[in-house]
Write a protein that binds this ligand. Structure first.
Ligand code: ADP
Length: 543
């Protein structure tokens, strides 16, 4: 028997129509060098129509890919709306990939138009000669970027001029909800980047999940500050969720330093902000130094992308009165898949413990742990295995079938290793490729880093496995000290010894200026291992 319900497709066009119609007075506010600029969602609706008309005029049809090479700002939001709503596919290029990787993803996705911010044209211009699919480049922002880009092959136009020439009505086509709306490449820390293609349906359902109270609880009264880039896993879905909820959006553009972020929080009073732990760590040490920023508007700081140290959660709470909510996800999972919201009935101590896990799955996402031999492990808080996930906003393949062994009986193999307790909370101990195996037993680099970061003299710490003749591998701790502080590794090691088993304690220590970062701001342990292999780290051995 069929239901009697209407078959209205879940689409980006319907999110845009709702935001610009029902919440037309709400605003997107973007940072610029000259201060802030604002546009209402009603204007975003009109400008998205103008952008769609301009893109049609540039020859964009069907499922052509339209790429963005952009910061988080109003124009990026307009592309988020216009490109999928017109039936084309938005490809958000990670501006921090290497030149070779950017060339690779542009060609792999066969981008036809690239919307680039003027400040980023020097990165893009040299690649255009090797990008035959690109017919046009559209420049946002000021300066002489349009002139600089001319002569590289594609047609070059200025965004504002293109939009000014168009009307503000577009006949948004009916799309099938399962058709492609947007794509994003993984940052490719190993091998070439792999494409994940989101559907209208998956973006819609993911946004709804973000808005639920058990999710991020985004509502009409919120002001959302996505610091996580819109080129990285759709800024964790915050822009679409804010449009759906009618929440204001605060966009930091390129001003991502702790000082600029703190000022935006102080002046613009967001209620929710999302960023990786390294950003929040910087913000914390900045506000510690300055001490005049008011963070009281924030009811929630969403943090994920890598493990959130307990010390960070506690410092935010104690020093700024702000709740940090840890979330787990991947580009492949849209990305919100689990959220560490403690159970309402848990006693305080247990609740705090729950908040330091990677969280429980959001309704729609299922998780399981799988052993090396493929058997499914119990959720008993003990058994450790690879995490597999499935659900309506989890990818079932990579674009053009790359890396098929990442999929297993309809589940995505995440490459993350951990355990799940009886309450359903996931604790990751490592990424499969970062696991340290000492004498056949696993040492959790994530847990060591988490504890080390809690030492008062330590700003941040990364732990990697290094070859050892006796134990195959042993942990090496690379530590960044707080500004102006000095401490002997022996002292940190003795402190660590009170909290982890003896055989976990690193014998090798190195003090470094900064932990190297990947294109999305995570610890680049591959590079750290290479530094070690090349003898570039100055090591102290503490027995
Ligand atoms: P990349 O794979 O290039 O780092 P993603 O942003 O898709 O790009 O990264 C997803 C990975 O980030 C996850 O597989 C996991 O290893 C890590 N991650 C995400 N959130 C968390 C978290 N809260 N705690 C620990 N690791 C996390």
């Amino acid at each position: 028997m069929h239901s009697t319900m209407q078959a209205a497709p879940l689409s980006v066009a319907s999110i845009l129509a709702h935001a610009s119609g029902v919440h037309g007075a709400k605003q997107v506010i973007s940072a610029t060098e000259q201060g802030l600029r604002a546009a209402s969602y009603r204007q975003i609706g009109q400008r998205s129509a103008q952008l769609a008309l301009a893109l049609r005029r540039l020859g964009v049809t069907g499922d052509d890919r339209v790429a963005t090479f952009q910061w988080n700002n109003q124009e990026h939001l307009e592309a988020y709306c216009a490109v999928p709503a017109m039936g084309a596919v938005l490809h958000t290029i990670n501006i921090r990939l290497s030149a070779d990787q950017i060339r690779y993803v542009v060609n792999h996705a066969e981008d036809t138009v690239i919307i680039v911010d003027a400040s980023l044209t020097p990165l893009l211009a040299p690649l255009l000669a090797d990008a035959p699919s690109v017919r046009a480049v559209v420049v946002t922002g000021g300066g002489d970027a349009v002139e600089l880009l001319r002569g590289n092959g594609p047609e070059v136009a200025h965004y504002d001029e293109l939009l000014a020439a168009e009307g503000d009505e577009f006949p948004w086509p009916a799309v099938e909800e399962t058709s492609a709306a947007a794509m994003c490449y993984t940052s490719g820390t190993t091998g070439d980047p792999k494409g994940v293609v989101y559907s209208h349906r998956s973006l819609y359902l993911h946004s709804m999940a973000a808005c639920t109270t058990n999710g991020l609880g985004i509502g009409e009264g919120d002001r959302v500050l996505p610091i996580v880039p819109m080129f990285h896993a759709n800024a964790w879905g915050l822009p679409y969720a804010a449009l759906m909820a009618g929440a204001d959006l605060l966009m930091p553009d390129r001003f991502l330093q702790a000082e600029a972020i703190s000022r935006m929080v102080h002046e613009q009073r967001p209620t929710i902000a999302g960023a990786v732990p390294t950003i929040w760590n910087d913000v914390l040490s900045h506000t510690g130094r300055v001490g005049t920023c008011d963070f009281s508007s924030l009811r929630l700081v969403v943090c994920g992308g890598s493990a959130v140290p307990r010390a960070l959660i506690e410092a935010f709470e104690e020093r700024l009165g702000v709740t940090v909510l840890q979330a787990w996800g991947m580009t492949e999972t849209s990305p919100l898949a689990a959220i560490a919201r403690p159970s309402a009935t848990a006693p305080p101590e247990r609740a705090q413990e729950m908040r330091t896990t990677q969280g429980r799955p959001v309704c729609g996402v299922q998780m399981r742990l799988v052993a090396d031999d493929g058997s499914v492990l119990p959720h008993d808080g003990q058994a450790v295995g690879e995490l597999e996930v499935r659900g309506p906003w989890v990818t079932g393949a990579y674009y053009q079938g790359a890396d098929d062994d990442k999929f297993h009986d309809g589940w995505l193999r995440t490459g993350d290793v951990g355990r799940i307790d009886a309450d359903g909370f996931l604790t990751l101990t490592d990424r499969a490729k970062d696991v340290i195996k000492s004498g056949g037993e696993w040492i959790s680099s994530v847990q060591l880093e988490n504890i080390l970061t809690g030492h008062p003299a330590v700003f941040e710490a990364a732990v990697i496995g290094v070859p050892d003749p006796k134990w195959q591998e042993r942990p090496l701790a690379a530590v960044v000290l707080q500004d102006g502080l000095h401490i002997a590794p022996q002292e940190i090691k003795s402190w660590l010894a009170q909290q982890v088993p003896r055989w976990w304690l690193p014998e090798q220590w190195t003090f470094i200026e900064q932990v190297p970062r990947t294109s999305v701001g995570k610890f680049d342990k591959k590079l750290l291992r290479a530094y070690h292999a090349d003898g570039k780290l100055s090591i102290t051995t503490v027995r």
